[in-house]
Design a protein around this ligand. Structure first.
Ligand SMILES: *Cc1c(COP(=O)(O)O)cnc(C)c1O
Length: 368
């Protein structure tokens, strides 16, 4: 038996016919940029997140850069973000010419620790970015409380949490503005690159749209220096079809997460992920922690199981961001977790047989 980390081919059995019809529709009127599917998707995704406004853009990294720029981040400013995230979160900051300031995470959920974030704030801080990692929702309410009356904008990175909910509200609707990615492997994935910015603030939405379309609202009238980051009509057409399945696919991810919990809760040496109380997670990744992780992962990989690591290196220890002067020991929680975390295969179409196989192999691998 083979169990990949994610199985996008399995989605096609459910969506293939509808996607082919949607793609035919785009070709029928040949409006590849700015076609009607883009506006329709933006409206449908705004409704799905409850954010009010959605702007479709080229990818999730652009989405975060645009969200930060619209929130007022400028060259030389500082942006606080968790040290254990996909590197794109920091790249979006760097691309503005601003400085990513890393903060540690909490040990239970590996989400940005509000107290650590508040401690990283300086007079130059222009935004704080909670990342809704692994399909969770970061504690935005607690973060806002920790930031006190500073008025520092909160910009969510929601690339891994389409459809996730917390007591504070839905991911993508909790900060001033939020970004998300529709990279194919995300919970809502395009057939290529795409992303979106969501916000309740019409001025923020307008600014994002302006910057993402060459600083122009009227053709050949350029108000600011922008760039090109558009969601194309084909991706929007594909995403409209898949958005109709998102709630069901997230439900199936939760069923699969519960099944892993039942299969693995008695296994010594495997620490299972815990949901933040009150949150409805969408399990983008199912991340356990084990000792001797590299050996355990190699064994699973040899058995045909696509276990992986998200992410092996906290950002301050990467070559890209190593120049910030922070060495090993700067972020003890994220550093300790990086040596233990192991992502098990989880996707809506995973079968009980596949999960039982993964659980058996994992139990074997961690046996002393
Ligand atoms: C995937 C991802 C991104 C980047 O999205 P792209 O569409 O690949 O640019 C940003 N942040 C996080 C947390 C992600 O997982």
């Amino acid at each position: 038996m083979r169990v990949p980390l994610v199985d996008l081919v399995a989605q096609n059995a459910e969506t293939g016919d509808d996607i082919r019809a949607a793609v035919d529709g785009v070709f029928a009127n040949a409006s590849y940029i700015g076609g009607s599917d883009v506006g329709a998707f933006e409206q449908e995704y705004a409704e799905a997140t409850g954010a009010g406004y959605c702007v479709g853009v080229g990818n999730g990294t652009d989405a975060l850069e645009l969200a930060l720029r619209a929130a007022g981040v400028t060259a030389g400013g500082e942006v606080v973000l968790p040290v254990n995230t996909f590197i794109a979160t920091a790249e979006a900051v760097s691309r503005i010419g601003a400085v990513p300031v890393f903060a540690d995470v909490d040990d239970e959920h590996l989400l940005l620790d509000p107290a650590a974030a508040a401690a990283a704030v300086t007079s130059r801080t222009q935004a704080v970015v909670p990342v809704h990692l692994f399909g969770q929702v970061a504690p935005v309410g607690a973060l806002r409380a920790a930031l006190g009356g500073s008025g520092i904008p909160i910009v969510e990175d929601g690339a891994q949490s389409q459809g996730a909910e917390s007591a504070d509200g839905r991911a993508g609707s909790l900060g001033l503005v939020a970004s998300t990615s529709f990279y194919p492997g995300k919970n809502l994935g395009a057939a290529g690159d795409a992303g979106a910015v969501t916000t309740a603030d019409p001025e923020i939405a307008r600014t994002v749209r302006l910057i993402a379309s060459h600083g122009s609202e009227k053709k050949y009238v350029h108000d600011v220096i922008g760039f090109n980051s558009r969601m194309d009509s084909l991706q929007a057409a594909v995403l409209r079809v898949k958005l109709r399945h998102l709630a069901d696919w997230n439900r199936r991810r939760r069923v699969a997460a519960s099944r892993y919990e039942a299969l693995l809760s008695g296994v010594d040496g495997v620490r299972l992920p815990q949901s933040v109380p009150g949150n409805l997670d969408v399990w983008h990744l199912y991340v356990v922690r084990v000792a001797d992780r590299d050996r355990v992962m190699a064994r699973l990989n040899e058995a045909g199981i696509g276990a992986s690591i998200h992410y092996p290196t906290p950002l301050h220890l990467t070559a890209a961001y190593g120049g910030h002067g922070l060495g090993a020991g700067a972020f003890p929680v994220a550093e300790a977790a990086a040596g233990q975390i192991l992502s098990l295969p989880l996707y809506p179409h995973i079968t009980a047989d596949q999960q039982e196989f993964v659980a058996e192999e994992l139990a074997e691998a961690v046996r002393p």
